[in-house]
Structure formats: C-alpha cells, structure tokens
Write a protein that binds this ligand. Structure first.
Ligand SMILES: [Zn+2]
Length: 293
C-alpha cells in the first residue's frame, strides 16, 4: 500500500473534514424522526437482501421468480406515492409464504417502480415512464435472470392504469418471443377484468389467469383509486405511511356504478377522458371505513 506523506495526509484530513461538514446536515436530518415515514424496506424478503451465494443456491434449488411492477403515483392526500409499490410488495410476501407452505421455493425480484402513469400524470409526484422504456428495461432484467439460471418468472402489477398493464403484457410477450430468452418462461399474472381491458383472450399463453381473486363487495359506487380498498391495505401492512389525520377530512368523489354497465372498462375510460380533471378523482377518495364512521 502506498504511504501517504505528511502533506498529502493533511489534504486527506482536510478533505474528510470538508465532507463531514457537508454531510452533517443530512446526517442530522436522518437522525430526526422521519415525518410520515415508517422506514419500511421494499427490499425485505427480496434477493436484494440476500448474498449472491444464497441467491444462487435458491435458484439452483429450483426457485421460481416473483416480480412486482408498480409505480410512483399520487394516492390522494392520505396515502403515500409508493402505495402501488408497497401493496404488491406485501402481496408477494404472502405469495412466498404460501408457496413455501406448499414446498415451492421462490425468490422475489426487487420491485420495479418506474411505471406508466397516464391517468394521474398531472399530479405532483406521479412519475410517468414511456411504455417502450419499461418494456425495454423488463427485457434487460429478464436477460439477467436467465443468466442467473431462473426458468420461470411470474409478474404482477401493482397499478391499475391500463397502459401500465399493457406495458407489462408487452414486456412479457416480447420476452416469450425472444429466442435469446429461450428456457426462461415469463408470465403476467392478472385477473379476468384486466384481461378484458387489455383485449386479450383468457387462453393467452403469456397470461397466468388469477380467476379466484377475492372481489371487492359490489355496491353502488366503484372503489377506483386511493379509496377504501387501498387505504385498508396500506393501513393494515404499512400503517406509518398513512396520513391518518387526513382521513376524517376526505370527501368522497362518487362514481355511480349503475352509470357504467361495462364495469371496469367504463371506469377506465371515464378516468382517461377526465385527464385534466383527474385531481378530483383521487384527491377526494372514497374510504368506506371513514364513511361508515
Ligand atoms: Zn394504487
């Protein structure tokens, strides 16, 4: 190792002191209790928290890959921008538990969170990525996973924007058609409603149909976005990122289900056509738990 002379040594000390001085406000900030932040890690339970030998051993043991694809998006004044990241993270955690109980080894790929936000892109905090960029990035992740030896990867969406889900489907379909990815099967796990919105057939080889998903209770109003469903999911698993003090102030923005006989497809069209007015849709969500109280 090259010795550092006295003059150079003084420079090193000065440099460290300068870095420490610059970093101290950030360090002080990080020591302060974070506002509205539970400090949850989206890496928990994923391969990002494993060593590479442990990950390689899991793959060698036949683990299937699980990958959530969410988005950074406004979710009303009471839920975090990462709602569509936290929820699929929790879902895949539960999936892994059930697979393990059935002796199916699995690994979770760190969640994808730069997604397509067409409907709510006018809000501060909604990050909108071009679908073709998302599809390209998916190919690179799939190539890496194939290099690692994975043979099956199941993708789920954390976000209901139809363009985001179309990008996931396109990414999966493109991987399936790519000869360089032969040996790696990738699937888009989604429900019949999304299959219909995407205009796909139920027998599409790239889709693993989740047709036994619990359905929200039917009622006069759709729970479209940042409403009772998402609020409950976040509150139950990631309570510290829910701005509970906002809940009693929320006024519902009601979308009458009876006016949309085609269900989810009609709601999606309505959201899309109200592009400039979308802040109203989720700035005033429909938390049933609040309405009931
Ligand atoms: Zn959401």
């Amino acid at each position: 190792m090259r010795r550092v002379g006295p003059k150079a040594g003084w420079r090193v000390v000065a440099l460290l002191a300068a870095v420490a001085a610059l970093a101290s406000p950030a360090l002080a900030q990080s020591n302060a209790p974070p506002a509205n932040n539970g400090g949850y890690s989206i890496f928990t339970g994923t391969i990002a928290d494993m060593t590479y030998p442990a990950y390689a051993a899991a793959v060698k043991n036949g683990a299937v890959g699980l990958w959530g694809l969410g988005v950074v998006e406004e979710h009303g004044p009471h839920l975090p921008l990462a709602s569509d990241i936290y929820i699929p993270t929790a879902v895949l955690g539960m999936v892994r538990e059930r697979l393990a109980a059935g002796n199916v080894p699995s690994v979770t790929i760190p969640i994808f969170y730069w997604g397509v936000n067409q409907v709510t892109s006018a809000f501060p905090g909604s990050v909108n990525i071009r679908p073709e960029i998302m599809v390209e990035l998916m190919q690179d992740v799939f190539r890496s996973l194939k290099k690692d030896g994975l043979t099956r990867v199941f993708c789920i969406s954390g976000h209901n924007d139809v363009a985001h889900n179309r990008a996931i489907y396109d990414g999966v379909a493109r991987a399936a058609a790519d000869p360089s990815l032969a040996g790696l099967r990738v699937y888009f796990v989604t429900d019949p409603a999304m299959v219909a919105r995407l205009g796909l057939s139920g027998g599409d080889a790239n889709v693993a149909l989740a047709d036994k998903m619990p359905q929200p209770p039917s009622g006069q109003y759709f729970d479209v976005h940042a409403g009772a469903g998402e609020t409950s999911m976040l509150w139950s698993r990631f309570p510290d990122v829910v701005a509970v003090d906002q809940l009693s102030k929320l006024k519902p923005y009601l979308i009458d289900a009876a006016r949309f006989p085609n269900g989810a497809r009609a709601v999606s069209m309505r959201c899309g056509s109200r592009r400039t007015a979308t802040p109203a849709i989720s700035a005033r969500p429909v938390p049933r738990s609040v309405r009931a109280s």
